[in-house]
Design a binder for this molecule. Structure first.
Ligand SMILES: NC(=O)c1ccc[n+]([C@@H]2O[C@H](COP(=O)([O-])OP(=O)(O)OC[C@H]3O[C@@H](n4cnc5c(N)ncnc54)[C@H](O)[C@@H]3O)[C@@H](O)[C@H]2O)c1
Length: 264
């Protein structure tokens, strides 16, 4: 992971889960990290190598100012991890417009705000790497997490198209598409008409340990992979959706059936 050494990186959603682990790993690999999150207060303790700052990724101007400030102080920006996000478990019929607006604002517009702030600087440098946290849910079609999956598909589409455009400017783009990882996202998730603990019990795969999974994702970033899909079940499910959508739909219908058994 020596290529992260001496680099300057912004990580959004850096106060918890995947973002926190990415930030800590990058510091261990020798990078200087600016972790940005709604949960950080202005007075949050920072060190030379790990700065913590308040940021709402839905605020495009604040994201732009953060990038400008980092470049002014550090001279460049090597990585931006657009990672902040949250989940909603819900059938579409139970969603309201405000929930749609919020999840699109954070999970999709939040990523785009990071790209629009960092990409011009990276073009100027003729170097840099944009890493967007999508999800396995951004590669397959699933009922019950439709809103979440919709935003993650958009993040994958955005990332893959941008990767082609950015290549000419020496800028790399990667989308992270992990399966289920043990973080706070499931406790923090909104679930409509199903108790949160019942929602958690419906998750069809064992939860991945956070730090080893983040290490593997960062190894994929270091290799400049377009998509980092993991673990093995993620690769199999993704392949199944491409090879046999009909079979994949049968599995998805089973998940929907299980959800409806516990829906109020
Ligand atoms: N945990 C999983 O199983 C999993 C799987 C695939 C993808 N993901 C994605 O990984 C990313 C990180 O999720 P996590 O599992 O670490 O969850 P988490 O809840 O532990 O961390 C998410 C962080 O994002 C921050 N955040 C939320 N809205 C924000 C905003 N508007 N501005 C700034 N920060 C904001 C939260 O405060 C929190 O610290 C998300 O995009 C999520 O969709 C998670």
């Amino acid at each position: 992971m020596e290529q992260f050494s001496g680099k300057i990186a912004i990580v959004t959603g850096g106060a918890s889960g995947i973002g926190k682990s990415i930030a800590e790993h990058l510091v261990r690999y020798g990078a200087t990290v600016i972790a940005a999150d709604l949960q950080f207060k202005d007075t949050e303790s920072s060190t030379d190598k790990l700065e913590k700052c308040y940021l709402d990724v839905t605020d495009a101007e604040a994201v732009r100012q953060l990038v400008e400030n980092v470049v002014a102080r550090h001279g460049r920006l090597d990585y931006i991890f657009n990672n902040a996000g949250f989940a909603i478990g819900s059938e579409v019929r139970d969603m309201n417009v405000e929930q749609w607006q919020r999840i699109i604002a954070v999970n999709l517009q939040g990523v785009i705000n990071g790209v629009m702030a960092a990409y011009p600087q990276m073009i100027k440098q003729q170097s840099g790497h944009i890493v967007n946290t999508a999800s396995l849910a951004g590669l397959i079609y699933q009922p019950v997490i439709n809103a979440y999956s919709t935003t993650k598909h958009a993040v994958v589409a955005h990332s893959m198209g941008l990767r082609l455009e950015a290549q000419q400017f020496g800028v790399k783009v990667t989308a992270l598409c992990p399966g289920y990882i043990k973080t706070n996202i499931y406790n923090a998730a909104v679930s409509n008409n199903v108790a949160n603990d019942a929602f958690l019990k419906l998750i069809p795969f064992p939860m991945l340990e956070l730090d080893p999974t983040v290490e593997k994702m960062l190894a994929g970033v270091a290799k400049n992979k377009a998509l980092v899909v993991l673990p093995a079940y993620g690769k199999i499910v993704y392949a199944l959706h491409r090879i046999s959508p009909a079979l994949a739909n049968l599995l998805s219908k089973k998940s929907l059936g299980d959800w409806r058994k516990v829906r109020n």
